[in-house]
Design a binder for this molecule. Structure first.
Ligand code: FCB
Length: 469
């Protein structure tokens, strides 16, 4: 990996480039027991002692459920052209299958209509990890029925909102849902079973394909676009001349990237992935015809990017306990800093490399950065009677990554949009409320929102299309 100075301003994005921000239902909504919402795996997980830092839960979160108008005004005040939100499956079909909860549909109708009224394009994700608990009780993503249940849910949402939502994303980061949920157990449902994780990979892919087909049948908005968001890894071999390090990189890329993109975008599972995982599973859960069901025509490929990985050949049991079922003798090399509060290395070059590599592998798709952003230890200061949050590190982070995106466009990558994670501080999964990713600060005691300096910086970029100082 080369180091480069990505600090640059004055670059102009192409006309029509989408500047947005993103959130997810469980991370912001709260109101977990209101208006007929059923429990999800994240309710169960966060209420299990020891799973989430400080025992935090999404019970209240940012209370978005009760503050929709105020928060949509906030997005408007930043001048953003698009907002990526997720719909909570347990609000729409509380038991996972069967009865539809009208109040849930009404809630999202209100959010979507509110966005459209403010001239903000809604970009809807159907699954950002909040699986209805009753489906988990029947096997969750280890069983194919969950994929069919997802398609049923997608159809219900598509029927109601398909006349006004123009961008549909099936899944957010199936890598996390499968491997953190079922292999390392760091995320809900907290299972540690390597074969279960690989089954989850397949059934999530299946769910994606089935949902695209269902949506296409019911969505009526002309030119609606379909997509999936993967958190593809930007992986490097510690020594690119060393075949064993290169093989370590190949294994991680197969598990992390190609296990999803090849079936979704090409209609096959990588042969090397199947070989690498033979000692765990024979993949007989992939039934005849599944790959055709998964491989549906889509328009956009969403990429979530945060940091890079460098790997080398490791000791015999070096992958035990990692969320990489089947990987053998892989060791992660400490990355050079600087780091964010998550301990993730800041590497705009990694974003550039990933965009270029994804475009080379799948040249016919438009790409969108559906998440990128950073957690820092933000503090509120009072100046001239006004509350402020000075976050120069986040501004620096965003500037460098927007420059990387701009360079990728110049290199020929059809990148059409960029969504900053996140609109506002929120429930950061296993880290609870301890990590602040927002452009807007949230005081969890009072639910006050305070735009950080980075929000003002981003508003300038969104308003002009030019990367500010
Ligand atoms: C991604 C998730 C998102 C958020 C960011 C920091 O993995 O999609 O919900 O937690 O990381």
């Amino acid at each position: 990996m080369t180091t480069d100075d990505f600090r640059e301003s004055g670059l102009r994005f192409p006309e029509g480039f989408t500047f947005g921000s993103a959130t997810a239902a469980y991370q912001i909504e709260g109101a977990v027991a209101e208006d007929g919402r059923g429990p999800s795996i994240w309710d169960a997980f966060s209420h299990t002692p020891g799973k989430v830092l400080n025992g935090d839960t999404g019970d209240v979160a940012d209370d978005f459920y009760h503050r929709v108008d105020e928060d949509l005004d906030l997005i408007k005040s930043l001048g953003l052209g698009a907002y990526r939100l997720s719909i909570a499956w347990p609000r729409i079909i509380p038991a996972g299958t069967g009865e539809v909860n009208e109040a849930g549909l009404k809630f999202y109708e209100r959010v979507i209509d509110g966005l459209i009224a403010r001239d903000i394009e809604p970009v809807v994700t159907l699954y950002h990890w909040d699986l209805p608990q009753p489906l988990q009780d029947r096997g969750g993503w280890t069983v194919r029925e969950t994929g069919y249940a997802f398609a049923e849910y997608a159809r219900v949402v598509g029927e109601r909102l398909g006349d006004r939502v123009g961008v549909w994303t099936t899944l957010n980061e199936p890598w996390c849902a499968a491997y953190l949920g079922y292999a390392s157990g760091e995320h809900a449902p907290g299972i540690r079973d390597e074969e279960a994780a690989l089954k989850a990979v397949h059934h999530l892919n299946l769910a994606h394909g089935l949902a695209v087909s269902a949506l296409r049948e019911v969505v009526t908005k002309p030119d609606a676009k379909y997509s999936v968001t993967n958190n593809l890894a930007s992986v490097y071999a510690a020594d690119p001349q060393n075949p064993e390090d290169v093989d370590a990189k190949r294994q991680i890329e197969a598990l992390r990237n190609r296990a999803f993109t090849d079936p979704q975008l090409r209609g096959f599972y990588p042969q090397d992935l199947i070989e690498d995982t033979r000692h765990i599973t024979d993949w007989s859960f992939v039934r005849d015809g599944d790959l055709e069901l998964i491989h549906q025509p889509i328009d956009l490929v969403g990429i979530n990017y945060y940091n890079t990985d460098t790997v080398r050949r490791g000791a015999e049991h070096s992958t035990e306990g990692t969320p990489f079922p089947g990987a053998t003798r892989v060791e992660w090399v400490d990355q050079p800093g600087p780091f964010t509060e998550m301990g993730w290395n800041i590497a705009p070059q990694g974003l550039y490399d990933l965009l270029v590599a994804t475009h080379e592998a799948y040249p016919e798709y438009d790409l969108v950065i559906t998440e990128n952003g950073a957690a820092f230890a933000d503090e509120v200061v009072v100046e001239g009677g006004e509350k402020r949050v000075h976050d120069p590190l986040r501004i620096d982070f965003l500037q460098r990554h927007f420059v990387a995106a701009h360079r990728a466009i110049r290199a020929g990558v059809p990148l059409t949009g960029y969504f900053v994670w996140s609109l506002m501080d929120n429930f950061e999964w296993a880290f609870g409320y301890s990590k602040r990713f927002g452009l807007v600060y949230v005081d969890y005691e009072t639910q006050e929102r305070i735009a950080k300096d980075s929000a003002r910086w981003y508003a300038k970029l969104a308003g002009s299309g030019i990367i500010p100082e």
